[in-house]
Write a protein that binds this ligand. Sequence first.
Ligand code: WT7
Length: 571
Amino acid sequence: MSENVLKGSNKQHNLNNYEETYQNFSWDEAKQNFTWHETGKVNIAYEAVDRHAENPDKKDQVALQYVSPDRKESLTFDQLKKQSNQFANVLKDQGIEKGDRVFLFMPRSPEFYASFLGVLKVGAIAGPLFEAFMEQAVQDRLEDSEAVMLITTPELLSRVPEDQLPDLKKVVLVGDSTDIPDGYIDYHQEMAQASESFDLEWVDLEDGMVIHYTSGSTGKPKGVYHVHNAMIQHYQTGKWVLDLQENDVYWCTADPGWVTGTSYGIFAPWLNGVTNVVVGGRFSPEAWYGTIDDYQISVWYSAPTAFRKLMSSGKEIVDDFKLDSVRHILSVGEPLNPEVIHWGKKAFNLRIHDTWWMTETGAQLICNYPTMDIRPGSMGKPIPGVTAAIVDDQGEELPPNQMGNLAIKAGWPAQMRAIWKRPEKFESYFLNGWYVSGDSAYQDEDGYFWFQGRLDDVINTSGERVGPFEVESKLIEHEAVAEAGVIGKPDPERGEIIKAFVALNDGYEESEDLLEEIRQFVKKGFAAHAAPREIEVTHAIPKTRSGKIMRRLLKSRELGLPEGDTSTLEE
Ligand code: WT7
């Protein structure tokens, strides 16, 4: 095994002795880093931004460096404080109150970050939506959360079915004033008139902060509800796992529509007071490597899919760049292939550090640390303050090297506090004091965790989590589709691709054109990343007697594996 270990660094890092810290750390210690441990009054936006803006040594440091092909802009902590204050004033004027759900549906932009923070400053709950969502996905999320306000752009407005959303009282549009129809709130016009000072709403640690919708294998997407208390873990993992230092320039490639893009694209870097680079526009290897050199990125958090794309773009491209500013690289979202780690070692002369967590967990839980030896293919070990284990279906711990449910002892700081309006769904995650993740894994005798797969039908395509039920629901809305079953099919670059099996209605013939039309139907009605790459016509979809689609069976047939237990299969 030893040739398969990448040695830990022996330089100074924030977490110098993992084992010792793991034995001794308690979360009470982490709280001492904030003033609210004395006052009890808290707001994550204050801790992330205003606190630094009040510090003469930090206020003029760049907080946000925004880069896209047609726009480059930087905001200092002071400017970000002022702009988010202005937006908080706009929200107050519009009657937004503590606890209201305010959703944001727009591409990454400086306005996104200012308004997101403004929402938190009034004590409202922010709901960021991925810009690729189409009408159905937008409707489901705004409807379920009973959002009262949406911040979006004139371009995206056509995907918001306002007449279907009785709770949605106000829509703010971020765009040119000439593109803002009557009846909408003009972001730039309101901001120009708003005061730069604002008395922010001090809230309780357990008050709502962010809702991220995510997919399970059944039913509509779930609103995963996070509270301000999560900041303790965002801050602390920023130290230990991201290893953030005062002068770092940090880049997290995730979109804030997903939890990585908020917890680690907003909170962890700013709670630690580092410069945060946000890149808009499309992926290209040249643009990504160029960003690293142009902005002298030192800490870089991305995903296996992106690394695999860079890897396949070849060594010649790497040679055109210096890439010598980077000192720490991390990955999340899907299994990090050892091959990718070995590529990273060649391209950057650095190790890529895998991290494991989920939307529901709110922050990193199982990770590799700069000073720890990496076993390529392993997700690493739990952060100090967190207990992880492999449990059986009764919630009893299993011995090393036995595969089972990856579980976390309930009660870590960033843990979700609810599934919005679905208490029974929330309860269903917990067993015998454990949060059961839905992933299978094993732990080796030295305590490293090894990911094995999902235990449910959730699909992970290019690091994005897609629920088969939502795709199936959209597919059967197409007039030609009678029934649909959707699975994740292994793919070397994307981890999994979405494959749909459809049974056609009478009168429809299979053709290339029809299948492409069905694909476009999902893409335009639901979301581009959730459109099946492969569609196969079949005469019937296997179901249980109670009518549940047997995706497991579709998958084993697709992969040529044994069919397993088919006793519940309908005739
Ligand atoms: C699922 C959670 C919050 C991170 C972004 C994804 C998979 C996540 C890893 C990893 C293997 C991973 C799991 C997990 N996953 N990280 N390091 N190795 N698989 O959040 O959309 O809530 O998805 O992503 O299956 O359950 P998410």
